[in-house]
Design a protein around this ligand. Structure first.
Ligand SMILES: [Zn+2]
Length: 651
């Protein structure tokens, strides 16, 4: 299986699209909703085909594609970026991506050594400033040896200290690239960090990446200021303290995530070294993945305000956006559970008592920290308990509210034993019978059944593979295999289609992004004459599509059922004479079949959308528009039927 197929087999398009905020409802075998790409609040026009892993908007966009296209469009990124993103999500390794070129490595090393110099520079300012030193020693309880170990420093007042200090040694552009300067609106630069405690941030290998900077003056904002994103400082990929914590994490077979850099340092000083912190934003999957290399047991030590009832009662979705603010570790139970399952990690939550931060806890009593971590609870238990604190659970309204928030999380669990366990627990806690959740009276039930049904399908790898062999995919692959083998056929196909009044083969005929990209190369190849077509294609296939290209080159194109490849056929003499004719005929049949298939699927969906809209009492003009679309498609299907006859008569 190619990398791209593997990624597709591991990501459920329904999950992906729902997570992007599109509310979907089941309609037959498919799911429909409001298109996220154009403004539409009244007419559902967005359809997902879970079986082929594709989507389409029948409204203003009139566009569709697969998971890659969805992410590319949604986030405005290119295929390569989407590939990286989805590969991470699927837990699939993508080779040969983002490898530093020698020139890049040289440039990055230059930035890193600049940052090392900055560490030394800030350190000298710290040890010349008793006020700041005393704050660290007395208020934060740090020893000089800890201050040295973590390379803490101080950025003095003023806008041009660093510029002046480094002028002559580094170019202003280097300082900008390393994230040390900010740009003035009027042009020119000034020191980004002023009157702040400087905390060097290193990657997991101990290489300098950037700085975190904490205020000294309580009136300054923001409280924490990080380096901006640079080629070597990517917030979502770094964990503060991991360079020092990696070995202790392995030794303890456990990692603890806290919210602040200074907490990491204080805990380390107290003898707890398996501690890291994200960069002041919500925890990312990449970060969890980084930890997963050393342990699967991960504890989130959260500020009770963030993790607690306040956030949870506001609704988990709301909490997610509210907590994404700089300086607060996001707690999104849904996202965490998903990551936990995907990464097969064991995620737990520890809450800090008495409104204390971790550094205050170890200052009060070192052993207390170990106990708190020992008592960390699974995410669902944590959510349940946080919701119940100070609530009158005998109030039916509150009961329902709690069920509404916890049940979706339970239903999302992969493992049926776990699902049963937590349903029982929830029922017991709230004093309701367990049947309550499955009774018809409870609205959450629909979701549950649906989810379960869906999961049962997707649990089985076999079925996931089935999604990869949807008729549409197979046809697309076959068409590409023909064209790769003999690119000239493309001209012949186009000419035939034109003769019978149909559109030539187009990029839009392909629903799967990787197929579109490959067809683009073929399309370009036959429109240039500097190079042999096949050679041009071989040299221009994007690197990350190499495995698919190879697979297609070995595709049994003529008679799929015979498992013979094209070269097998070529070895047979008769084939040499007739190959092009046979291929063209098969290719034409495939193109027509594919178009018909798409039109039929589309009509089916348009009709179902129409039915939904009639229920929603939509304006008549829109419904009429859909009717016209169906009629247009039907006319096209008829002309394709005629085309089939013409193709077979060619023989
Ligand atoms: Zn749309």
């Amino acid at each position: 299986m190619s990398t791209i197929d593997e990624i597709k087999s591991k990501i459920d398009i329904v999950d992906l699209v729902s997570e992007a905020g599109v509310k979907l409802r089941k309609a037959g075998r498919n799911q429909t909703g409001f298109c996220p790409f154009h403004d539409n609040k009244h007419t559902p026009s967005f359809v997902i085909w879970p079986e082929s892993g594709t989507w389409r908007c029948f409204g203003a966009c009139n566009e569709g594609g697969d998971i890659f296209k969805f992410v590319m469009k949604r986030e405005g990124i290119d295929f390569k970026e989407a590939l990286q993103k989805l590969a991470l999500r699927a837990g699939v390794e993508v080779q040969q991506i983002q490898r530093e070129t020698p020139q890049q490595r040289e440039a990055y090393d230059h930035l890193r050594s600049l940052l090392e110099d900055a560490v030394v520079y800030y350190r000298s300012h710290l040890f010349n400033n008793n006020e700041i030193l005393n704050y660290l020693r007395q208020k934060r309880g740090l020893t000089d040896s800890t201050i040295e170990t973590f390379g803490l420093g101080y950025a003095p007042h003023g806008y041009d200290n660093l510029i002046k200090h480094f002028s002559g040694k580094y170019l202003p552009q280097d300082l900008v690239d390393a994230g040390m300067l900010s740009e003035r609106d009027s042009g020119g630069h000034y020191d980004r960090f002023r009157n702040r405690i400087m905390i060097p941030i290193r990657d997991e290998n101990g290489k300098m990446a950037g700085f975190g900077a904490r205020i000294v003056d309580p009136n300054d904002i923001p409280k924490f200021l990080n380096s901006p994103e640079t080629p070597i400082f990517t917030k979502g990929h770094l964990l503060y303290g991991l360079d020092r914590a990696r070995k202790p994490i392995r030794a303890a077979d456990q990692a603890v995530i806290v919210e602040g850099y200074l907490d990491v340092i204080a805990l380390h000083q107290a003898g707890y070294e398996n501690i890291v912190s994200p960069m002041g934003t919500a925890l990312t999957e990449d970060q969890l993945r980084l930890l997963k290399r050393s342990t699967r047991r991960i504890v989130l030590a959260l500020d009770p305000d963030v993790a607690g009832q306040k956030a949870v009662l506001r609704g988990l979705e709301a909490a997610r956006s509210a907590m994404d603010k700089e300086g607060e570790l996001g707690f999104d139970a849904h996202g965490l559970l998903r990551n936990e399952a995907r990464l097969q990690a064991d995620l737990r939550v520890a809450t800090m008592p008495d409104d204390l931060d971790p550094d205050e806890i170890v200052a009060r009593n070192k052993e207390e920290w170990a106990t708190l971590i020992e008592q960390a609870k699974p995410i669902i238990t944590h959510v349940m308990e946080s919701l119940i604190i100070d609530q009158d659970i005998n109030d039916p309204k509150i009961k329902t509210q709690i069920i509404n928030q916890v049940l979706p999380l339970i239903n999302d669990l992969q493992n049926s034993i776990e699902r049963d366990f937590y349903s029982q627990k929830l029922a017991r806690t709230l004093g309701v019978s367990e049947n309550f959740f499955t009774d018809k009276g409870y609205t959450g039930q629909v979701v549950k059944k649906d989810r379960l049904a869906k999961r049962q399908i997707f649990d089985k790898k076999q079925d996931l593979l089935l999604a990869l062999s949807s008729p549409r995919r197979i046809l697309e692959k076959e068409i590409l295999a023909f064209l790769l083998e003999e690119p000239e056929l493309n001209h012949k196909v186009d000419r035939f289609m034109e003769e019978i009044g149909l559109k030539e083969l187009l990029l839009q005929d392909f629903s799967f992004t990787e197929h579109q990209l490959i067809y683009k190369v073929i399309y370009d190849a036959i429109r240039q004459d500097a190079q042999d077509y096949t050679k041009y294609i071989r040299e221009n296939i994007p690197q990350h599509l190499n495995d698919i290209y190879t697979e297609l080159m070995n595709h049994p194109t003529i008679h799929p059922e015979s498992k013979k490849t094209l070269s097998d056929y070529k070895a047979e003499k008769w084939f040499k004479v007739r190959s092009s004719d046979v291929m063209l005929e098969n290719l034409l049949q495939d193109v027509i079949k594919l178009r018909k298939l798409i039109l039929r699927e589309n009509n089916e969906e348009i009709n179902s959308l129409k039915n939904q809209m009639e229920v929603l009492d939509t304006e008549k003009t829109i419904i009429k528009g859909y009717d016209e679309l169906v009629q247009q498609n039907t006319r096209l299907i008829l002309s394709l039927d005629k085309a089939v006859l013409l193709v077979s008569r060619r023989r």
